[in-house]
Write a protein that binds this ligand. Structure first.
Ligand code: HEC
Length: 114
């Protein structure tokens, strides 16, 4: 009887650990990060704080602190070339839909370094 009880307890523990592991997946990899990678932003940008390294070696713009400089709405407009930074539009226009753009900009705005 004691053994059955321990076994049930053991099973409950395994199930709990599974739930824990899966509930952590979105937190570990936010939607915006995946969109960033899938949209090939990393061909020109690194985000070293998030272990994203551009393959390009020169003139890469690191976005590790972009959230410390720019707000979500500005990033969205900038990526659609409706806004400029120091008189210059972004070289690439974002091709995804509005939801993807919001996820992407929201994630970028969280990137801050001290
Ligand atoms: C063809 C190369 C290229 C691609 C592709 C590209 N970027 Fe950029 N991006 C740049 C350059 C160059 C700058 C700097 C422009 C300047 O300073 O005038 C920049 C600037 C930025 C900035 C502002 C950074 C700052 O600190 O001012 C953000 C945000 C940004 N890019 C996001 C993205 C995102 C998101 C993607 C993918 C959808 C992307 N970029 C794709 C070249 C690129």
């Amino acid at each position: 009887m004691k053994n059955v009880f321990s076994f049930v307890l053991f099973l409950a523990f395994i199930v709990a650990m599974y739930g824990f592991a899966f509930s952590n997946v979105p937190a570990a990899d936010p939607a915006g990060k995946k969109i960033f990678v899938d949209s090939k932003c990393a061909s020109c940008h690194s985000v070293t704080s998030q272990s994203i390294e551009s393959k390009k070696k020169d003139k890469i713009v690191d976005l590790s602190n972009v959230g410390g400089k720019l707000k979500v709405d500005f990033i969205k407009s900038y990526l659609l070339k409706k806004e400029k930074i120091e008189g210059k539009a972004h070289p690439a226009t974002f091709k995804g839909d509005e939801t993807a753009l919001t996820d992407l900009a929201t994630w970028l705005a969280t990137l801050k370094q001290k």
